[in-house]
Design a protein around this ligand. Structure first.
Ligand code: HEM
Length: 362
């Protein structure tokens, strides 16, 4: 505890004596120091500090979204904090360049001393994943027992407790579900939207059939097949049972209601009332993309360091990391919404009363 009456001194304020006394290479302790182990430790520690800051931001957002009603003024703070996370993610990716100045042979000088420790056991990274809606049972390549078995009992229990409760993901879902504009007594946006989509897809079918004479039959068949599957994808959006089946199969995460409302925001994002909600949805996609980029870059780096060797945490190494990068996505449903966008010129006209609420002039 600092003495609050003393003048503030840089090193004491930042508690540098503690911070800078935590780089202890195992190779040095064992009497044969590997030069690059210090870099390895510092790079990991810096990552954990940034994870701590990301969690600080995500937890503050979680507290905001736990409310049953959120004012617009608070949403602008949400946007700023999401922006901050995006900037940090940029550093997370770039920092791998520093790690890669260590060659695979230099890594081999101390790698075996680390077993079975691994970034796989980064509890803060798992907390971030859980807050963003990633569930233990949804992981590919690692089952629950293997995944939790790598962690100390108290860490595994803490993470499971976190996973059981509301996460930022579930609260954002609830916030989207509450969005009031797409349906009212006198207006159902979705009926009008479906008729625009039907017209659009029928138009596509006519174009394909018109080209029949000039294109090979198998190409026309493929296009018709594609169109059929687009129609089916649209149907799942409006058929509650079919949609819930996709959720059960792990093909969708967001509820049907939240998905429809997110789509409404994307379609009418130009309306002032949706500026902030649109920026939030857009930032959530950026953050999902940011972690995916980090995972890909980290997987490539691990490949470069290890070749096809297994990781110190006992996974298949590069193969596991590649699959995690492809599958561990939080807001994939938002990305998939682009399937359902229609040209601005074909957007159904909103009733005047609603249009007035969604606009302001000055
Ligand atoms: C020489 C450098 C590195 C190598 C060769 C490497 C390798 C690996 C491997 C093979 C795994 C899979 C689990 C296992 O079997 O161990 C893993 C997981 C992980 N590593 Fe690294 N890593 C390196 C550096 C880093 C750094 C600097 C961080 C920053 C915190 C990091 C964070 C993680 C995380 C969070 C996981 C879990 C990923 C997941 O389960 O999706 N790694 N690493």
């Amino acid at each position: 505890m600092q003495n609050l009456n003393k003048p503030v001194y840089y090193g004491e304020y930042l508690e540098l004596n503690k911070l800078l006394d935590t780089q202890n290479p195992r190779s040095k302790e064992l009497g044969n120091e590997a030069h690059d182990e210090t870099l390895f430790i510092i790079v990991h520690q810096v990552y954990e500090l940034w994870f701590k800051q990301i969690l600080h931001e995500l937890n503050s957002l979680h507290r905001v979204f736990l409310r049953d009603q959120i004012e617009d003024s608070v949403l602008s703070r949400v946007v700023l904090r999401l922006e901050r996370i995006k900037k940090i993610q940029g550093i997370l990716v770039d920092q791998l360049d520093v790690m890669e100045t260590m060659t695979p042979m230099d890594f081999l000088e101390f790698r075996d001393l680390l077993v079975p420790a691994s970034g796989f056991q980064s509890v803060q990274f798992r907390e971030i994943e859980i807050l963003l809606g990633l569930k233990t049972d949804q992981r590919k390549e690692v089952d629950r027992t293997y995944f939790l078995g790598r962690l100390k009992k108290e860490d595994a229990e803490r993470l499971m407790e976190l996973e059981k409760g509301e996460t930022l993901f579930t609260r954002i879902e609830a916030w989207l579900e509450r969005m009031p504009f797409s349906q009212s007594k006198e207006f159902n946006f979705w009926t009008e939207y479906q008729s625009v989509v039907d017209d659009m897809l029928s138009g596509d079918e006519i174009t394909i059939l018109d080209n029949m004479a000039t294109l090979p039959k198998n190409s026309v068949d493929a296009q018709l097949e594609n169109l059929k599957s687009t129609r089916e994808t649209f149907e799942t959006l409006f058929d509650e049972e079919k949609y819930n089946e996709l959720v059960r199969d792990g093909k969708r995460k967001l509820s049907q209601k939240a998905t429809l409302h997110a789509l409404f925001i994307l379609l009418y994002r130009d309306r002032p009332i949706f500026n902030l909600p649109y920026m939030i949805l857009s930032s959530l996609m950026d953050i999902d993309e940011g972690f995916t980029s980090w995972r890909h870059r980290h997987a490539i780096m691990a490949h470069r360091m290890l070749g096809t060797k297994i990781g110190t945490g006992g996974s298949s190494g590069h193969k596991y990391l590649k699959s995690a990068a492809e599958n561990n996505r939080s807001f994939l449903d938002l990305f998939n919404l682009s399937t359902f966008l229609i040209p601005r010129s074909k957007l159904p006209e909103l009733p005047k009363s609603l249009d007035e609420i969604m606009n302001f002039k000055y």
